[in-house]
Design a protein around this ligand. Structure first.
Ligand code: AMP
Ligand code: FES
Ligand code: ZN
Length: 314
């Protein structure tokens, strides 16, 4: 979807306050002035937080990548008087990680917000490019697995029981479509924007932007003076999730509102999933895992093995 900013003829009126509008939201069939758009945006997040049962005094760790979604999330939670701290994982992807970290720093400094940064290399002994060289698995999904566990681990270390993530409506709708197409019932059951903690070493996860589309978040960033990292991750091209998002984008253009309907009719009728009782702990690192070895330790085992082989062959 393109930018929501639009030009309107003289005499046009904001759907909410009747002032002159500057923004069109086709999926809602409304036109807004900037103030009413901000009101709409904040209301969507408030509504999500209410649904998750999270009050303003609950400390939230916000996982910030430096991209538009997580910075907008941190900004709106802060404006709504939630108690937040940012957490950034530096993946060690040359220019991209440097720029991402700088975007987080610039944002946090300009608003006086606290945050921590951890380097993947320090946590696991390898940067993401180093892992990429030593595995045949798709790096995007490897990265997702690593980030998931690391964010859990760091949230516990930082003393938080709630971790807020920046996934938006397009991400969630794309994931829903992907899971439906592949009949992944175990994932479909867990497709909900709030997941309770399933283990003492695992925070509850919330996605307060699940009611907002990517283009609405871009518009919010412009209005709220948020400057996200401009570059894209060099490894993200070709991820299958993009194709599902594109399919929904196609339908959305033909029938505005389809994407929202698709996600909300699924999610809003459901109750939050129960904590997952299948978790044990990894015998190597002690993190929550479905079997004796967690997927990160499994991956690191392969990576180290490859390292050793390469050293022998040198
Ligand atoms: P992605 O999977 O890259 O679309 O990211 C989804 C969400 O995960 C983001 O909105 C952030 O909340 C979080 N996230 C992604 N990358 C990082 C990172 N490097 N550090 C901290 N949080 C991240
Ligand atoms: Fe994980 Fe690009 S951010 S592969
Ligand atoms: Zn492990």
């Amino acid at each position: 979807m393109t930018d929501a900013f639009a030009h309107f003829p003289p005499g046009a009126k904001c759907t909410r306050c009747r002032e002159y509008p500057s923004i069109r939201l086709t999926s809602h069939h409304v036109i807004f002035c900037a103030d009413c758009f901000l009101h709409y945006f904040q209301t969507a997040v408030k509504r999500a937080m209410k649904k998750f049962g999270i009050a303003q005094n609950v400390p939230l760790l916000v996982a910030v990548s430096g991209g538009k979604d997580s910075l907008a999330l941190w900004d709106v939670l802060n404006r709504l008087d939630f108690r937040t701290k940012g957490l950034h994982v530096n993946l060690g992807i040359k220019d991209f990680s440097g720029a991402s970290s700088a975007a987080v720093k610039q944002f946090a400094d300009s608003r006086g917000l606290p945050w921590s940064e951890y380097a993947l290399e320090e946590a696991l002994g390898y940067t993401l490019p180093e892992i990429r060289k030593r595995t045949r698995r798709k790096i995007c999904s490897v990265c997702g697995t690593i980030k998931r566990q690391l964010l859990n681990r760091l949230a516990v270390r930082e003393g938080f029981t709630n971790l807020a993530m920046g996934h938006n409506l397009d991400d969630e709708a794309g994931r829903l479509l992907g899971n439906m197409v592949r009949h992944r019932t175990e994932y479909l059951e867990k497709q909900y924007p709030y997941l309770p903690s399933s283990h003492p070493r695992m925070p509850a996860k919330l996605k307060p932007l699940y009611r907002l589309e990517a283009h609405e978040i871009r518009t919010y960033c412009k209005l709220a003076d948020i400057v996200p990292v401009e570059s894209k991750c060099p490894y993200s091209r070709g991820a299958t999730s993009h194709s599902f998002k594109e399919a929904l984008h196609f339908l959305e253009q033909k029938m505005p509102g389809t994407k929202r309907d698709f996600l909300f009719t699924y999610v809003d009728r459901r109750k939050p999933p129960m904590p997952d009782s299948a978790y044990g702990v990894c015998g190597v690192c002690g993190e929550p895992a479905y079997s004796d070895l967690c997927s990160v330790c499994n991956l690191l085992g392969q990576v180290r093995e490859k390292d050793e082989k390469d050293n022998i062959n040198q």
